[in-house]
Design a protein around this ligand. Structure first.
Ligand code: NAP
Ligand code: FE
Length: 366
């Protein structure tokens, strides 16, 4: 068996009202918090109110930074960190989808290193102040990964920072996800599925991570009819949330692979939602493996007869994105941009040519 290491230090607290019922965790984390969230959703779904209730109950000071938008860029985390430094916060609470949760991690590093510029995000491991994460979408698994994906305008793409920052604690309460539209529910569910598939197929996958991936695939299968019908009861919301966190635990070990890497081009250049971009590229990525036992396992566990049935699932679920038109020039640009990054291509177990990359984009998008 291949050698492996497993490391996931985040405490996971799951259940309805878990924030209010476990407010002591905030007390043990710090004395002044910066809540990092998006503009609206945390106010509507009750998560911000629950966090404030818990902080006030424990007499913890806090400030709120609610300007994080989708696909956060370096500029916004620098802005928040400047406020955090001035206010002397000693821990960060990310509330929201992957965007605020990822921003919270980057902010925690910048606040802990007040004399450094944002360049440190791409340097070797630096210290950070503690982070608590509260997911309100069920997709990124950011609450269980050490990753923080930011938009780098200079490089015209999105990329993970080099700091690996695990949250001290993640609170999982599916009641916050009940306000998600069917569109965001499905896009984010497909992000979780893409983490499971990419983690299962990645070069770094191992016996242990495969067990995690197969368990997550089984849970995802139960959610498929609900995703297709766009109807989700509370039990399915809980399953989607758990599936997303397990998928985060998986990619914390294995990393993601080509659909994520190729998909960042679609998100940066065409504003296609992150999960949708991964889904659109997924089946052509799987075809690169040829006859492969693990690909067959994925189809089997998901209850799909063949790869075409999986493709049909993506085409139905992400219907509106398949209407987007791409030009030959755009495909050439995505191919050139991705072909340059050899370390990302090395997450795929076989050698991959520029022609192969172009074929994946063309077959997926044109
Ligand atoms: P998101 O970008 O965080 O949020 C998308 C939209 O959903 C926003 O408009 C947000 O509104 C809204 N929203 C969030 N929770 C809601 C709720 N409960 N009800 C209604 N609306 C809600 O979406 P995401 O897909 O979760 O995150 C995507 C980001 O995560 C990307 O940047 C991606 O690269 C990154 N990612 C990170 C990892 C990782 O391991 N760190 C893994 C995969 C992806 P507000 O703005 O008002 O909150
Ligand atoms: Fe993702």
């Amino acid at each position: 068996m291949k050698e492996f290491t497993y490391f996931m230090p985040t405490k996971i607290v799951f259940g309805k009202d878990c924030i209010i019922n476990n407010s002591n965790i905030f007390k043990n984390t710090g004395t002044k918090a910066m809540i990092v969230t998006g503009r609206n959703s945390a106010k509507i779904n009750g998560s911000e109110k629950d966090v404030i209730f818990a902080l006030e109950k424990e007499n913890i000071e806090y400030i709120i930074f609610d300007e994080v938008e989708e696909n956060p860029d370096v500029e916004i985390v620098v802005k928040a960190a400047e406020i955090g430094k001035k206010e002397k916060v000693d821990f960060v609470i990310g509330i929201g989808g992957g965007s605020p949760m990822d921003a919270a991690k980057a902010i925690s590093c910048l606040v802990a290193n007040p004399d450094c510029t944002e360049e440190i995000l791409l340097e070797e491991q630096k210290k950070h102040i503690p982070v608590i994460e509260i997911p309100t979408t069920a997709g990124t698994g950011s609450e269980a990964t050490p990753l923080s994906v930011l938009t780098f305008h200079k490089q015209k793409t999105k990329s993970s920072i080099n700091q690996r920052i695990f949250a001290e604690c993640a609170f999982l309460d599916a009641k916050y996800t009940e306000s998600l539209s069917p569109k965001i529910t499905n896009n984010t569910a497909i992000d979780a599925l893409s983490h499971i598939i990419e983690g299962y197929m990645a070069v770094k996958s191992n016996f242990f991570s495969d067990i995690i991936a197969e368990a997550a695939l089984k849970i995802f299968k139960e959610c498929i009819p609900y995703i297709e019908n766009k109807e989700y009861d509370f039990e399915i919301r809980e399953k989607l949330l758990i599936c997303s966190t397990i998928a985060g635990i998986l990619i914390a070990q294995t990393g993601t692979s080509l659909p994520h890497f190729f998909g960042y081009q679609l998100t940066y250049n065409k504003h296609i939602a992150h999960g949708a971009a991964n889904g659109m590229l997924m089946t052509e990525y799987l075809k690169l493996f040829g006859e492969d036992e693990k690909v067959l396992n994925i189809l089997n566990i998901l209850g799909m007869e063949n790869i075409e049935q999986l493709q049909k699932f993506f085409k139905t679920t992400l219907k509106e994105y398949y209407d987007i038109k791409f030009t030959d020039e755009e495909i050439d640009m995505y191919t050139d941009n991705t072909y340059l990054k050899k370390e990302k291509l090395s997450t795929f177990p076989y050698s991959i040519s520029k022609e192969d990359i172009k074929k994946v984009y063309i077959a997926s998008l044109m």
